[in-house]
Design a protein. Structure first.
Length: 120
């Protein structure tokens, strides 16, 4: 029995569509930074509080940047940049405290990234 190309095309189109859907689902699961492409609205409204917490723990200049990864330009993330000084273990403790306090402001704040410019 011979099968024509037209008869094969219909079932293959369905298989291709299903496989494309599965690939897309896998890409979404594996895509880095998929949760923070855009700054969530509640994080944006909390930036004043995040800045206050940051300055309490790391006195000095604090800046906020929305950045992208050069390898994944579609992925945007929010970076809080601050200056840190003092004993390294103390800075590590304050950094951990920063994460605890900003997440208490809103679970969406977990997407924020803290960068410290360490000065001895």
């Amino acid at each position: 029995m011979t099968v024509s190309n037209a008869e094969l095309a219909v079932p293959l189109e369905g298989v291709v569509r299903r496989l494309e859907g599965r690939v897309q689902a896998l890409e979404e699961r594996l895509e880095p930074n998929r949760y923070d492409r855009e700054m969530p609205a509640d994080v944006s409204s909390l930036l004043a509080d995040v800045t206050r917490v940051t300055q309490e723990l790391f006195p000095g200049h604090v800046s906020v940047h929305v950045m992208t990864d050069p390898e994944y330009p579609q992925d945007r993330f929010t970076v809080i940049e601050a200056q840190a000084s003092g004993n390294v273990l103390d800075v590590v403790d304050r950094r951990a405290e920063w994460h605890r306090r900003v997440v208490r402001l809103s679970p969406s704040c977990a997407a924020l990234r803290l960068t410290l410019d360490y000065q001895e």
